[in-house]
Design a protein around this ligand. Sequence first.
Ligand SMILES: NC(=O)c1ccc[n+]([C@@H]2O[C@H](COP(=O)([O-])OP(=O)(O)OC[C@H]3O[C@@H](n4cnc5c(N)ncnc54)[C@H](OP(=O)(O)O)[C@@H]3O)[C@@H](O)[C@H]2O)c1
Length: 209
Amino acid sequence: MKVALFGGTGRTGQELLKQLLQKNIAIQALVRNPAHVKITHPLLTIIQGDVKNFESVFNTIRGTNAVISVIGYVRGSEAGFQSTALQNMIRSMEHLAIRRIIVLTGAGVPSPLDVPSWENDLLTWIIKTLAPARYSDGVNQLKLLEPTDLDWTLVRAPLLTNGPITTQYRVGYHRIGLFSRIARADVAHFITKILLENSYLRQLPLISY
Ligand SMILES: NC(=O)c1ccc[n+]([C@@H]2O[C@H](COP(=O)([O-])OP(=O)(O)OC[C@H]3O[C@@H](n4cnc5c(N)ncnc54)[C@H](OP(=O)(O)O)[C@@H]3O)[C@@H](O)[C@H]2O)c1
């Protein structure tokens, strides 16, 4: 299996690089600055470019079987860039007949299956108020994926930490509290697991402790 990875220099992305390679999954990673990739491995190919650029995204996805995106806002990110990136990925995948995509987003993206939680409503209100463009960018990703025929999974996470991998976490549409969190290493574990199992297709599972 070969995966196109977007966000491989990020904190979740570095965990994913490590865990995917441990499972002998080959990776083509699009990064803006190759010097920021700390790992070298025979199964890892680095492509330099920007997710906002269609050609860069297309060239990264070509020759792979699945796409994983853990890109996130960093200093200087343009509002709406995650949707632009996802549009580039979807267009490339449809052109190349590649079906599987896993995208990481925040717990504020709502699902009708969610257990109601005033705590999550409050956290979502805070994000919406402080960063409305980022919030709508997250929600828009679901709107982009739903009408496609792709085998998508939108993984939703509350606050991310740099804690160690535990492999023990809840997955589904459970209640999110004010202090819900999940380590990036466990997010990477879950993403690797559902990639290999081809599970949670066309779903938006929440993952937290
Ligand atoms: N932080 C949280 O508590 C939290 C909670 C829930 C969900 N999430 C979601 O989790 C995801 C990952 O979070 P994280 O903390 O692991 O992220 P992070 O460490 O901030 O990394 C962000 C990644 O996105 C990449 N990126 C940004 N703009 C790019 C562009 N234009 N072209 C190519 N790559 C670009 C960065 O590349 P460079 O190295 O080139 O900058 C970096 O690899 C995000 O989608 C976020 O929305 C975060």
